[in-house]
Ligand binder design. Structure first.
Ligand SMILES: Nc1ncnc2c1ncn2[C@@H]1O[C@H](COP(=O)(O)OP(=O)(O)O)[C@@H](O)[C@H]1O
Ligand SMILES: [Mg+2]
Length: 399
């Protein structure tokens, strides 16, 4: 199975970018986590230091004035880490960096602090300080707001990365699709436009030859056929390059027309069968484009059966009558089960000289221009394939 390298490369690039994004995200999460851990460690050591100061301060009789002043400094200097000091009766005696709601009575303040103490106890074991023989104080503490907030940083970072990534993806892919559509449509229109001049010139030549007695009638008929074929191609390219004019037509006639045209141009060992339940089925279609669809499906069928076998076109209404169903079946080699969707992708081909664009075009014409659907209804390797097209019926038929 061959797929053109440009499709492969862009898929590879997508994976590479995604992998790089993940790597950068992962590294940044790891780094922030490490920072948080270090900061938390440092705060813990600070509290230890604070505990020692507290203890020294409790034994001030043995300490000189300057030392006690220094210790006070240590304690005062802690302006980040929330700390609550309990005495041996587990009553709060002092606290730092704990925000207490205003207008609380003494009792309320104490019970508020005790609630905080409980929360802190869940984070870290309290530090026990023996301030006098058999008299203990308890220092409860937890990490500063800074560290608490930093803990969320990786989550926030990841969320931002994910949001940015998805925005970039949507913008990039939609602008790419818009660009592709423009190129596709523009090219088609331009081709149609350029074909116009030589075709009218050819038509003039044919008119001229008709007046020439020496020119054989037979050649002129053939020339006229070729010119009308060229005109058909031009009509297709020009329709796909702009919003096509849909017109109400009799579908059985359209199908018969295409089959008639094709059967003369493919091997005589290919037999076409037309199975039409209702000769009155009408639909809003763009004839040049819809004929192109049928032609493409039939040509693929011919390729799949090595120019020998049966092609059946079955036209009917859905059971509820709101849809028209066209099944194109062949008894060719079939499509492997895993490839039923891939066949519609641009560049997918199993043929030596294929471009893998036929079914892409078909899908586009059916879905974009006719508001319909196309899919592989059934395919059995070695037995054959059925493509199904569904398009809406004309409103008047619904009532
Ligand atoms: N009727 C079919 N039976 C089996 N395989 C098919 C049939 N129609 C299409 N395919 C598979 O789908 C591929 C893509 O078809 P298409 O888009 O028309 O491109 P191409 O005809 O240039 O290969 C074909 O190469 C073939 O492998
Ligand atoms: Mg094809």
């Amino acid at each position: 199975m061959k797929t053109y390298s440009i499709y492969k490369n862009s898929a590879f690039l997508k994976w590479l970018i995604a992998a790089l994004g993940l790597l950068v995200g992962g590294l940044s999460v790891y780094y922030t986590n490490m920072l948080v851990r270090r900061l938390a460690d440092r705060e813990k050591r600070q509290v230890d230091f604070f505990a020692k100061a507290q203890r020294q301060l409790a034994l001030t009789e043995e300490t000189s004035q300057e030392v006690s002043f220094l210790l006070m400094e240590v304690i005062q200097n802690n302006d980040l880490i929330p700390v609550i000091l309990l005495n041996d009766r587990r009553t709060p005696i002092s606290h730092r960096n704990v925000e207490i709601p205003k207008k609380l009575s003494e009792d309320e303040r104490n019970s508020y602090l005790l609630k905080k103490v409980e929360e802190m106890g869940e984070d870290y074991e309290p530090i026990v300080v023996e301030i006098a023989p058999d008299v203990y104080n308890f220092i409860y503490y937890t990490n500063s707001e800074l560290v608490r907030e930093l803990r969320f940083a990786p989550v926030i970072q990841l969320a931002i990365l994910a949001i940015l990534g998805s925005i970039a993806y949507v913008v990039f892919s939609s602008s790419k699709r818009a660009e592709q559509n423009q190129v596709w449509a523009g090219l088609a229109k331009e081709t149609a436009h350029q074909l116009g001049t030589p075709i009218s010139s050819l038509m003039a030549w044919v008119e001229y030859f008709k007046t020439d007695e020496n020119f054989s009638e037979e050649i002129i008929v053939e020339l006229e056929k070729d010119i009308s074929r060229l005109e058909m191609i031009t009509a297709r390219f020009s329709s796909i390059g702009s919003v096509p004019q849909l017109q109400e037509v009799n579908l059985p006639q359209t199908i018969e027309h295409v089959v008639q045209y094709l059967s003369k141009r493919v091997s005589s060992k290919v037999a076409f069968h037309i199975d039409i339940a209702d000769r009155d089925i009408r639909a809003n279609i763009s004839p040049p484009l819809f004929e192109w669809v049928i032609e493409n499906l039939c040509k693929n069928a011919v390729d799949a059966m090595n120019s020998q076998g049966n092609i059946t076109l079955e036209l009917k209404r859905s059971s509820g009558h709101e849809m028209i169903i066209l099944d194109v079946s062949d008894d060719g080699k079939g499509i492997p089960p895993g490839k039923l969707k891939a066949v519609f992708k641009p560049g997918f081909t199993t043929k030596k000289r294929g471009w893998g664009l036929g079914l892409t075009l078909v899908k586009r014409i059916v879905e974009k221009y006719h508001g319909g659907k196309i899919f592989v209804k059934k395919s059995i390797p070695g037995l054959g394939t059925t493509f199904r097209i569904i398009i809406p019926v004309i409103d008047s038929e619904k009532v």
